[in-house]
Design a protein around this ligand. Sequence first.
Ligand SMILES: C[S@@+](CC[C@H](N)C(=O)[O-])C[C@H]1O[C@@H](n2cnc3c(N)ncnc32)[C@H](O)[C@@H]1O
Length: 261
Amino acid sequence: MAEALDHYGDGVWYDAEYVHIRGDVRYYAAVARGVGGALLELACGTGRLTIPMAQAGPTVVGVDSAPSMLAQARAKRAALAPPERARLSFQSGDMRAVRLGRRFDGVVLAFNTIMHMLTDDDLLAALRTARDHLAADGRFFMDLHTPRPDLLDRDPEARYDPQQMVDPRTGYRYIVTENNRYDARRQINTMRFYYQRVDLRGEAIGAERHTEVQLRVLFPREVDHWMDLAGFRIIEDWDDFERTQPFTGRGGRRVLVAGRR
Ligand SMILES: C[S@@+](CC[C@H](N)C(=O)[O-])C[C@H]1O[C@@H](n2cnc3c(N)ncnc32)[C@H](O)[C@@H]1O
């Protein structure tokens, strides 16, 4: 099989792939309205959340380490109305190490991104970056997958969750499927996303391509522990972005609000 492409190597593609995910966009826009002031989004990617947050009122800085993701974020920023554009900036940086020399009313680390921190040192470094940028009474907002045994025990050869996407540059339609191989000892989930171009009847055209990402699976009490070690206290803990269900660990998602301890 062909070598895996970089999952964050094409920001236009990323936006097209995740265009259907809306629950977190509504949630973080509401977060931004509530925080007011200044917000920092670590690992902001293409600005999928950063831009709606800036449109909700506060000034927002987005930091990411992937050039193509930042290029797409900057292209979308350039198309905004001048007042929104003025409230928003993007910069290149590694969330384990970046120090902007200022504090924010809110810091966001969204969409499972903490799970990219595969080692304990990296995980703690990223959480400390968030804390070091938070004002004394500021709030840290993070969401991530919480492990569901049925998802981890998937057949590594099978394909799951078919979705459609369209590359806006070509108009070509793709069927996206995924699978995962879970190393239970290391708690690393290797996810592959497969992209098959199809015609209007759904027949395959050309070769399939795929990307691969490794995610560290974090069980609830581990997250409690790392948050505490990084100097956070958890203030709100939910199963969902609608904040209807306090965190049970069964819902597949954890939506956290924390402050400095
Ligand atoms: C799942 S995407 C989330 C992007 C965006 N927050 C969103 O919700 O669409 C993860 C992002 O983390 C970025 N990333 C991964 N490791 C990073 C690091 N060490 N420092 C900064 N960004 C990083 C990737 O480039 C990618 O844009």
